[in-house]
Design a protein around this ligand. Structure first.
Ligand code: ATP
Ligand code: MG
Length: 265
């Protein structure tokens, strides 16, 4: 199923027609595991560079599966995925590491390195990129402070709470200012106030140019922030307008769309 121009009427509409400039483009993508059923069935969509979307859908709908195509952990069973102006679904294996370095990923299960400190986990992408130790010692503690982990710089993940680990994973995903951020349920282990703060971190990254896609079950979050939703159901994706709206002035408000109660997340 392909989206037609005009299907998206939201103010923040970023899904564009086939001729538009796209950071991400899925063409007739299907994904199945082994001999199982198609988890994603012939889906097509476009995400503009610099857009911000939620990815919604019930547990098992295929959110993590779709994200895994975007962070290049899997290739589609059929169809093509284009990112950064190239077809990544057929890119040679040795081209993938360089592409992956442009993508920040918050994994649903964090995937921190247990033997490294918080600071070293977050520094990892910078070290891979050859950033100087002086820069690392300046930037990493600052970001960890921002996510409320100043007192845990030298702790290792097994000694942290779930929400603390989640914040380390988020810091690691954003420290490098990736071109694309994909976050899988990134606020699933934190309280609402922290979730809102983390959303502002993602929005700041987005303001600096990063394309952002956030898979979430958190209905409160989706109602609070005015971003379009890619919604997965029955192997199909559809684009739904934001549940929240923008305040007339400077920021966000949680009021929103009068139709919101009629929509399923
Ligand atoms: N590695 C795998 N091998 C086989 N089947 C898988 C694998 N990963 C996911 N699936 C199946 O694919 C479907 C979609 O799973 P996926 O993890 O993408 O859903 P999800 O929307 O992320 O769910 P949740 O909200 O619970 O995280 C499920 O039916 C799941 O059983
Ligand atoms: Mg998942």
């Amino acid at each position: 199923m392909a989206f037609k121009a005009g299907q998206n009427k939201g103010r923040t509409s970023r899904i564009v027609d086939a001729e538009g400039s796209t950071a991400i483009r899925f063409d007739n993508v299907s994904l199945r595991y082994g001999t199982g059923p198609d988890v994603l069935q012939d889906i097509s969509f476009y995400l503009d560079p610099g857009s911000f979307h939620f990815l919604t859908g019930q547990s098992g709908a295929g959110k993590t599966s779709l994200l895994s195509l975007l962070y290049l952990a899997r290739r589609p069973t059929q169809g093509s995925v284009q990112m950064f102006g190239r077809d990544v679904s057929s890119a040679p294996r040795d081209a993938l590491p360089a592409l992956r370095r442009r993508i920040g990923v918050v994994f649903q299960e964090f995937r921190l390195l247990d033997h490294l400190s918080t600071l070293d986990n977050v520094a990892l992408p910078l070290r891979v990129a050859g950033v100087s130790e002086a820069e690392i010692q300046r930037h990493v503690p600052e970001l960890l402070g921002w996510v409320g982990l100043s007192r845990h710089l030298h702790a290792t993940p097994p000694t942290l709470s779930g929400g603390q680990k989640q914040r380390v994973a988020i810091a690691r995903a954003v420290i490098n200012r990736p071109d694309l951020l994909v976050a899988d349920e990134p606020t699933g282990s934190v309280d609402d106030r922290t979730a809102t703060r983390l959303m502002h971190l993602f929005m700041e990254l987005n303001r600096l140019g990063t394309t952002v896609l956030i898979a979430t079950h958190n209905e409160g979050l989706v109602r609070k922030f005015p971003f379009e939703r890619l919604h997965l159901e029955g192997g199909q994706v559809s684009v739904l307008p934001p549940l929240a709206g923008w305040a007339a002035g400077d920021g966000l408000f949680a009021g929103g769309n009068p139709l919101a109660d009629l929509e399923d997340l």
